[in-house]
Every structure is written in structure tokens, then in C-alpha cells.
Design a protein around this ligand. Structure first.
Ligand code: HEC
Ligand code: HEC
Length: 337
């Protein structure tokens, strides 16, 4: 008891003796607190006008913290699972149906479509239905999801009334819930890279592939199946089990932009990429020169003048060759548009 009293007394005395230190400590604490409060203010999605989110990076929701409950939560969670581990349910050995090639949606929509610059789903619910030139029609979310099943997963569309599509829809709706109608947050989709002055070079790209990609994706680009054979540890970049020539990633600009921010996996980030802009275009040209499944694309781009600059199949209305649309240089094509 006595010693307790003494510590109290000596603490008070030492505070009194060291008052300059006390004042400094309190000041530092206050500064830190103000920093924290203003930093939180800056990162919050609303800007000064209180509505637009397009200036700040998207802040995806997380099921860990979300209060959504009951049946709805179960459906969203199943949707997230289907995006992340598509092949377990819908791949060649899928437990629910066998309608896709063994890849996962997440292979190209990283972190189940929740990663900034990782081809995320932030702006899907806010911008669909919308008109798209590829089909020449107004597309619903169902149509867009089916497109990735038929092209990126080289398979067939899920039943629009089935539980699997309902779950994917519920997940996409939930994941985009903090994005206002019509808006597209920073970090949505795939980064647009600057164009090279020259054509992208598959030969140079091959060297990039050997040095930076084949350790995971395989010397033959065919990826690496997991031991149980139901899904890929490293997904295929080309070959019979990869996406087909109608897929969005087959557009060289999409491939180059996607890998610049995200590959090699877990090493590259948008702000700390491992590939130069040239390496990204060149390795994209190399991968796009390899064989892959083909799809009947005769119904795509009903208005051929609307084909994107890097659509690799003619005919075109702009007078540039198929090869230049395939590898560039793109600046002359863009200038003529
Ligand atoms: C091989 C890569 C790849 C895989 C696998 C893939 N996608 Fe995609 N997906 C893309 C690319 C690339 C785009 C964007 C195309 C563009 O911008 O033109 C896209 C676009 C989308 C969009 C529209 C995004 C937007 O903001 O407009 C949706 C929705 C979508 N994918 C869903 C899925 C679903 C669901 C799966 C799994 C069944 C899937 N994707 C699998 C590459 C892929
Ligand atoms: C450390 C291993 C690793 C390296 C190295 C790596 N990747 Fe990947 N890559 C992955 C993994 C894993 C995924 C799937 C990510 C997921 O599903 O979350 C992936 C996905 C992809 C995809 C989308 C899916 C597909 O199969 O088309 C592309 C494209 C890609 N990588 C290209 C590259 C390129 C190009 C390089 C070299 C510059 C590279 N990667 C280097 C591991 C790697």
C-alpha cells in the first residue's frame, strides 16, 4: 500500500519535473490525431460536391464486414465463390455442370472482381444495361456474364433462371452497391496503356515471357493444373484450354493493360509494375501469336466501322491491314478515327 502511494507520488513528480517533455508528447499526439482524421476524410468516397466518386479509387465492400444477412447473404457468398472458383462448380469436372474450360472468372477479375486495376466489377451494376458495339445491341448483365462464359471460359452460358446465375448477379449487384448509377470509379476495369511508336514485337515478347512468365504459366503457356485436377494453380495463357479468340483479353490492349498492373502475379501492382510499357505490349503480341480456341465471330461488330483499333480480324473500313490492327503501330489508326 505504501509503495503504491509512493509510485503515484513519484509519477506525478516526474511529470512535473519533465513538463517540457509532457507538452511535446501531447502536441505530437494531437498532430497524429488530426492527420488520421483528415486522411480518413480524403479517402472517403464523397468529394466536396458530395456525389461523384470518380476521383478516388474504388473501395470494394467485403462480406466479412457487411451486415447483409440471411438468404441474400448466402446467395452473394455463393456468387463470390463461383467467381473465385468457377471450375470446381462449372469446369470440365464441375460439381454442378460442365459448361466451361477450367479457368476461373477470378483469373482475370482478380480478388473476385474486387481489385483496383485488376479488371474489377465496380462499374458493372452502375452502367448496365448498356449499348455495346460488339453485339450492336443493348446488353444486360446476363448477356455480359454469358459472353465471358462463351469467350473467356470458352464454354456456354449458364441458365438465366438457375441458381448459379442468380448468385453471380446478386454478387455483382452487391459488389457495386457503393457506386452510383452511371458512374465508373477510378481503378475500374483495365488500365489503358500509352501506345508505342512501333508495332508490338512478338520476338521481343518471347524473351519477356521466358524471363518473367513461364515459371508459372508453363513453357507451353498451358498453365499448371492443381494436383486434384479440378482447377488451375496457374491458368493457361494459350492452347486448347485457354480463352478463345473472341474474348476481351484477346484484344492486345486489354492484355497489355491487365498484365502491366498485375503480372507477375503478387509481385506487380498498378503503382509498382514489374514490366515496362514496351515489355507489356511485346509479351502481349507474343501470347496473341500462339494458338487458342476459335469462336464463330461472324455476328460480332455488325457495324464494322465500330471495330476497335486492335480488333485483329478484318474487314475494316479504315484501310489499315489486319496485321497493323493486330500489333500496331496504333497511333495512325487512332488518328484516322
Ligand atoms: C480470360 C480472362 C477473363 C475471364 C476468365 C473472365 N473474364 Fe470477364 N472480362 C474479361 C475482360 C478482358 C473484360 C473486359 C472487356 C473489355 O473491357 O472490353 C471482361 C468483362 C466482364 C464484365 C463486364 C465488366 C464491365 O465493367 O463492363 C463482366 C460482368 C464479366 N467480365 C464477368 C465475368 C464472369 C462472370 C466470368 C466467369 C464466368 C468472367 N468474366 C471471366 C476477361 C475475362
Ligand atoms: C508467380 C506466378 C506467376 C507469374 C510469374 C506470372 N503469372 Fe500470370 N497469373 C498467375 C496466377 C496465379 C494467375 C491467376 C490469378 C487468380 O486467379 O487470382 C495469373 C493470371 C494471368 C492472366 C489471366 C488469366 C489467363 O490465364 O489468361 C494472364 C493474362 C497472365 N497471368 C499473364 C501473365 C504474364 C504475361 C506474365 C509474365 C509477364 C505472368 N502472367 C506471370 C501467376 C503468375
Amino acid at each position: 500500500m505504501n509503495s503504491g502511494k509512493q509510485t503515484k507520488k513519484s509519477l506525478w513528480m516526474s511529470l512535473r519535473d519533465n513538463w517540457p517533455l509532457v507538452i511535446i508528447s501531447v502536441t505530437i499526439l494531437l498532430v497524429i490525431l488530426t492527420e488520421i482524421i483528415t486522411a480518413e476524410d480524403k479517402s472517403s468516397p464523397k468529394n466536396s460536391s458530395g456525389s461523384s466518386m470518380t476521383d478516388s479509387l474504388w473501395n470494394p465492400p467485403s462480406l466479412y464486414y457487411d451486415e447483409v444477412a440471411g438468404e441474400e447473404r448466402n446467395l452473394i457468398a455463393y456468387g463470390q465463390e463461383l467467381i473465385a472458383h468457377t471450375s470446381i462448380y462449372l469446369g470440365p469436372k464441375g460439381s454442378v455442370a460442365q459448361i466451361s474450360n477450367g479457368m476461373n472468372c477470378q483469373n482475370c477479375h482478380l480478388n473476385a472482381g474486387r481489385k483496383n486495376w485488376g479488371n474489377n466489377y465496380s462499374a458493372v451494376f452502375s452502367t448496365y444495361p448498356k449499348f455495346r458495339e460488339r453485339s450492336g445491341a443493348i446488353e444486360t448483365i446476363y448477356k455480359r456474364v454469358s459472353d465471358c462464359f462463351e469467350r473467356s471460359l470458352n464454354g456456354s452460358a449458364p441458365d438465366s433462371n438457375g441458381k448459379e446465375y442468380s448468385a453471380i448477379y446478386a454478387y455483382i449487384k452487391w459488389v457495386g452497391k457503393n457506386v452510383q448509377k452511371g458512374e465508373k470509379p477510378k481503378g475500374a476495369g483495365i488500365e489503358k496503356l500509352p501506345f508505342l511508336e512501333r508495332a508490338a514485337d512478338p520476338e521481343k515478347g518471347k524473351q519477356v515471357f521466358i524471363a518473367q512468365c513461364q515459371s508459372c504459366h508453363g513453357t507451353d503457356g498451358g498453365g499448371q493444373l492443381s494436383p486434384n485436377g479440378t482447377s488451375y494453380d496457374y491458368p493457361p495463357l494459350w492452347g486448347e484450354h485457354s480463352y478463345n479468340n473472341g474474348a476481351g483479353l484477346f484484344r492486345i490492349s486489354n492484355f497489355a493493360g491487365y498484365i502491366k498492373s498485375n503480372m507477375p502475379f503478387n509481385l506487380a501492382t498498378h503503382d509498382n509494375p514489374k514490366l515496362t510499357i514496351e515489355e507489356a505490349w511485346d509479351v502481349a503480341a507474343f501470347v496473341n501469336s500462339q494458338p487458342r480456341p476459335s469462336k464463330d465471330l461472324s455476328k460480332d461488330w455488325p457495324d464494322i466501322s465500330k471495330k476497335p483499333f486492335d480488333h485483329p480480324f478484318g474487314p475494316y473500313t479504315d484501310g489499315f491491314s489486319e496485321n497493323q490492327h493486330k500489333f500496331g503501330p496504333y497511333k495512325p489508326i487512332i488518328a484516322k478515327k
